[in-house]
Design a protein around this ligand. Structure first.
Ligand code: GDP
Length: 366
């Protein structure tokens, strides 16, 4: 499998994702898969190694950072005597936990059902075969599959209708916002970069009257005070993840499209992460898909400020170097969302971009 990230960063990323939903990672390692085994993905010796590691660490869960077929998942669970989930499963859990809006929750449930649907059909076929029959047609399992599939289809149909309703409401909502005299700042960034931390820090505990307009419908939007433009709406978006399962790409497109209506984009980057450059590339790719930046990532339709986050985690040398680069670049501000360092600079930078009010000028990206 080819990824933008090297093996080690990839493993670190997967650990970060697991940690993000409170999974304690006891052990992690890579296993070369030269030839995919349809039954188990891994070779028999590799499965045995996983089992031994599980015993040693008394692990309850095995996360495979790749795609497992339903059959592979089931067989691995049987051999290891533990629950096994794959990357899509893990990401669905994260998005499920983080979905803050009604729309987000509906989208996650839809994606989850879609994932289950594919599992259901194939695992039933598999069971049929285990029972010794080759009856793909007819057979006792067939009516059950049909019934389960119908139930899922009906539920998905209902969810789609609800989603449509929520979107209509949001459309009205957006119109109302467009009439409001406040510009919008969209926070984007790779998952775990620190968006939510920054969002909470900047919006603080103070709930402004204007928030009442949005808060009930969308807790990811809040008004913040800025000296130049007085007020702006800060909008948190869903985090980006490399190699996002296709079911989720479609599901989250609508949420991401909010970004295209922003006046300024604040791209939060975890500078303590060794893969931060690869992550930036991924984020720019998503922005290019949305038509915000051009394919080369050289020009942008909406000004982008990079918030170089987690300054507090850097060693003194890295920190000095990073501060020097940030000081020399207009569109980069070094911050720590955790300690609050640099946030004044960030706000000042966002304020001045919004004040200059030109929505259409092009900004050279770093
Ligand atoms: P999001 O996925 O982009 O919303 O990221 P979160 O805001 O949830 O942050 C991910 C993790 O990074 C959390 O454990 C935060 O506490 C941590 N974090 C965020 N900003 C900073 C920072 O400036 N310094 C440090 N040390 N940790 C941070």
């Amino acid at each position: 499998i080819s990824y933008d990230l090297d093996t080690e960063s990839r493993l670190a990323e997967a650990e970060g994702l697991a940690l993000a939903i409170g999974i304690v990672v006891a052990d992690s390692f890579t296993l070369p898969v030269r030839q995919v085994r349809p039954n188990l993905l891994f070779g028999a010796g590799q499965v045995e190694n996983i089992r031994i590691a599980c015993e040693q660490e008394q692990a309850e869960l095995v996360v495979v950072d790749g795609a497992l077929s339903p059959i592979q998942q089931r067989n691995l669970e049987e051999k290891l005597g533990r629950k096994v989930i794959d990357r899509t499963g893990l990401i669905l859990e994260i998005f499920g936990e983080r979905a803050a809006t009604a729309e987000g929750r509906l989208q996650v449930e839809l994606a989850h059902l879609d994932y289950q649907q594919s599992r259901l059909v194939r695992s039933w076929t598999h069971l049929e075969r285990q029972r010794g029959g080759f009856g793909f047609l007819g057979g006792p399992g067939e009516t059950q599959i049909e019934a389960d599939r119908r139930m899922i289809r009906q539920r998905m149909g209902r969810l789609r209708k609800e989603l449509e309703q929520v979107r209509k409401t949001r459309g009205l909502h957006r119109e109302r916002r467009e009439r409001a005299p406040w510009p919008v700042i969209a926070l984007v960034g790779y998952t775990n970069a620190g968006k939510s931390t920054l969002f909470n820090r900047l919006t603080g505990a103070e709930v402004m009257a204007e928030d009442l307009l949005f808060a009930t419908l969308d807790p990811t939007m809040r008004a913040i005070a800025l000296p130049g433009v007085e007020k702006a709406i800060l909008s948190d978006t869903v985090g980006f993840i490399s190699d996002l399962p296709t079911q989720l790409v479609a599901a989250f497109r609508a949420t991401l499209e909010e970004v295209t209506a922003a006046d300024v984009i604040c791209h939060v980057r975890d500078m303590s992460n060794p893969s931060s450059d690869a992550q930036k590339k991924q984020v720019l790719q998503v922005l290019a898909d949305l038509g915000v930046v051009d394919g080369q990532g050289e020009t942008t339709r909406i000004p982008i400020v990079e918030a170089w986050n987690k300054l507090d985690l850097l060693g003194s040398e890295d920190r000095a170097e990073l501060l020097e680069v940030a000081a020399a670049e207009d569109d980069i501000v070094a911050i720590s969302a955790l300690t609050g360092e640099g946030l004044e600079n960030l706000l000042a930078r966002l304020d001045s971009l919004l004040t200059s009010a030109a929505r259409t000028y092009e900004l050279e990206l770093a």
